[in-house]
Design a protein around this ligand. Sequence first.
Ligand code: HEM
Length: 213
Amino acid sequence: MRKPRTLFRLLTVISVLFIVYALVKNYMIDPGAAGFLSRKTGLRRELNLPVWLNAMYVHVAFACIAMASGLLNFSNRIFEKSRRFHRSNGYVYIVSVLVVVLTSGYMAPYATGGRISSIGFNLINMIWPFITVMALVQIKKKRMIRHRNWMIRSYAFCFTNMFIHLITTLFHQGFGLVYATSYTIGVYGSIVLLLVIPEIVIRTIGQSGEKIA
Ligand code: HEM
């Protein structure tokens, strides 16, 4: 009974802090992404900066909407109050995931770390929508627990950027590896963590019918 509530509180704190960080960093502190772009070396195709930046702005905006709408739908209190809200907010989440993946598809060929990083991003571009659609399919079949579990798996991918940067910083600043190599390790390391962590969460919560908070 207490575990899900504690998990939800933790999730709320991390999500809210990360949303604020992403918005402040990308729209206020470094709107030109100068810091990030300065790390890109040996691009195989020329980057059209205005188009890339616009794709990045849309990407970040919908990533934050996905994080916020996903979080709200894990709240039992909101679910009990209005199932209608849960449903329409669920569609907001799905559309946001699709927009994040589409903009990611545009940015992936220019990814820091080159081709291997691009492949990693394109893998996520396939895994995330698949998992999200699975969550929708399960609830259409009225399987609540399976729907919840697939949504936990899907929501994990909202933390892609956070994990990439945490792992990159660990390898670049901590172990002294080149930034681009650290970034590639960040992309693949985050894929592994984003697939493993939800399974641990699902086992921790158990198969009971209760929701997360
Ligand atoms: C949902 C939370 C996410 C946030 C807040 C977010 C944010 C960002 C930001 C700010 C950038 C610009 C560079 C940087 O500072 O990292 C970026 C780049 C990128 N993101 Fe996301 N992102 C998220 C999820 C995803 C997901 C799930 C994917 C894959 C489907 C993805 C794919 C990409 C790609 C391909 C780039 C370009 C990377 C590069 O140029 O090296 N992002 N993202």
